[in-house]
Design a protein around this ligand. Structure first.
Ligand code: GDP
Length: 479
């Protein structure tokens, strides 16, 4: 089987890092998650909290008074897009705060951290520095990794089997119909390839809208990044031809493009970005899946297992291991925890823990520590309570985004409301049982409209458990 390490050749770029980083160690932190999971918000909050010294009592280097400060630095590789931190912070802290634009491709940012080591002999040399390189990339791209080990025929068989499942009928119908109408043995031609690719993409998009997560690859079909419209994205799965594949046929053309996608798109992404990470945080919009019911929850579990499978593949070839960094900690974070009352935060963590449990055991076996956390990078709600029929219900208070609807009411984006979001189950297993869907009241809220400022005049971003996440991801490197 093909693994990332086999695929790597030798990631020569790591040599360069070793050369320039001889005096300043570099921690490469990957931030991923499916579209709208909260990557942009998490990274913006991360950078701002480090630069401005946010309220982070659970982040030991800061709480112990050893954290001296941080500054943004030039990223060593000028060809990689830079994470647009300034624009994102501006959107969040401007006159009318709005949520910034989400991640659509890979981007990076370097931040240099200065701290006083706890360690007496390092401490003697005065303050120590660490380069923190943040790598933001779509989770959809990560889920492409297994394609490296699949031939076109194998991938087609899997993809078509999924498309033909009874549950996929509505979404996959038009694509399957088109497959029936086009003879893959006809001469290769672009219009047919484009029609098939468009119908297949539409099927993926619609299943995605209906909550499916694990049926996504190829990831670039949903998030093409810079490849929009390129031939490498113009293919679709095909059934095996009974008469064998003819040279010059449509079938041969699509197979070539599938191989090109693996060679030119998937492989370089893993070599240049993924294989060089030290730590990883995977953001998961767990609440959205819970809200969609047991099928979505089961599907999320499958997707998370696939994600963890990707992290395990770095483990093989002993000759290449020195050139590949090894991820030693993976933090799974249920984002947007401010959508539920704090009395539910532990339950949210327990649910995420249950979702990654099976996969997590395997990752631990492969040497990585896996931890779940419930957090909000930027907290958009406050808490309150209402009394209903003599019962006190915990509520969250926030301003729903204009156009949000609940119980027949459409909100105007200006009105603050108190909402009882519902209770998360105490027993995570109950989520997989039919007939017991959690019914949660979800609304998207505007970001906080009035932000406090610290003594230096920097805005302070409110959060939930964000400091604990930082401590897990960075704390020991700043010890
Ligand atoms: P990305 O696609 O993973 O980069 O997702 P974003 O970071 O852009 O987040 C998508 C949307 O989720 C945002 O526009 C917000 O509406 C919402 N969101 C993300 N993080 C939070 C959070 O901590 N609290 C709340 N209330 N909403 C959030």
């Amino acid at each position: 089987p093909t693994t990332i390490v086999d695929e790597l050749g030798i990631a020569l770029s790591n040599f360069a890092d070793a050369a320039t980083g001889a005096f300043t160690p570099t921690l490469r932190l990957g931030v991923t998650g499916l579209s709208r999971a909260g990557k942009t918000i998490f990274i913006t909050a991360l950078v701002h909290n480090l630069l401005a010294g946010g309220r982070l009592p659970g982040f030991a280097p800061l709480a112990e008074g050893r954290f001296i400060g941080a500054r943004l630095a030039e990223y060593p590789d000028a060809t990689i897009p830079r994470f647009a931190y300034e624009q994102h912070l501006e959107a969040l802290s401007g006159k009318t705060p709005t949520w910034p634009e989400s991640t659509r491709r890979v981007s990076q940012l370097r931040i240099v951290l200065k701290y006083q080591s706890k360690n007496w002999y390092s401490g003697l040399r005065g303050p120590t520095t660490l380069n923190l390189d943040i790598v933001d990339y779509p989770g959809e791209w990560l889920l492409d990794l297994p394609l490296l080990g699949l031939s076109f025929a194998e991938w087609s068989a899997e993809a078509l089997e999924r498309a033909r499942r009874p549950g996929s009928g509505k979404e996959a119908g038009p694509f399957l119909k088109l497959l029936d109408d086009i003879d893959p043995n006809k001469d290769a031609n672009d219009p047919d390839a484009e029609r098939l690719a468009a119908a297949f993409t539409e099927y993926l998009r619609r299943s995605r809208e209906h909550g499916a997560l694990s049926t996504l690859p190829p990831g670039r079909f949903l998030l093409p990044g810079d490849l929009e419209g390129s031939p490498a994205l113009t293919f679709a799965p095909l059934p095996p031809s009974p008469r064998g594949m003819r040279h010059g046929s449509l079938h041969a053309m699509l197979e070539n493009r599938y191989e090109a996608y693996k060679d030119r798109v998937v492989r370089p992404f893993f070599r240049d970005h993924f294989a060089r990470l030290d730590r990883q945080i995977v953001l998961v919009d767990t609440l959205r899946a819970l809200n969609a019911g047991p099928a979505a929850v089961a599907d999320l579990e499958t997707a998370l297992t696939a994600v963890l499978g990707c992290f395990r593949q770095g483990e093989t070839n002993p000759l290449l291991r020195p050139f590949v960094r090894k991820i030693d900690r993976i933090l799974f974070a249920a984002t947007k925890a401010d959508h539920v009352h704090h009395t539910s935060h532990d339950r949210l963590e327990a649910i995420l823990n249950r979702l990654v449990a099976n996969a997590g055991k395997r990752a631990r076996f492969a040497g990585a520590d896996v931890k779940p956390i419930a957090l909000a990078g930027i907290r958009a709600t406050r808490e309150g309570s209402i009394v209903e029929d003599g019962e006190t219900l915990p509520t969250i208070i926030g301003t729903p985004i204009a156009g949000e609807q609940l119980d027949g009411v459409t909100y105007d984006g200006k009105t603050e409301i108190a909402l009882f979001p519902g209770d998360l189950p105490e027993r995570p297993d109950s989520l997989f049982e039919d007939g017991a869907p959690v019914s949660l009241n979800f609304l998207r809220f505007t970001p906080p409209q009035k932000l406090d400022r610290n003594a230096n005049g920097d805005v302070v971003l409110p959060h939930i458990r964000f400091d604990r996440a930082l401590d897990y991801l960075l704390g020991d490197w700043l010890a």
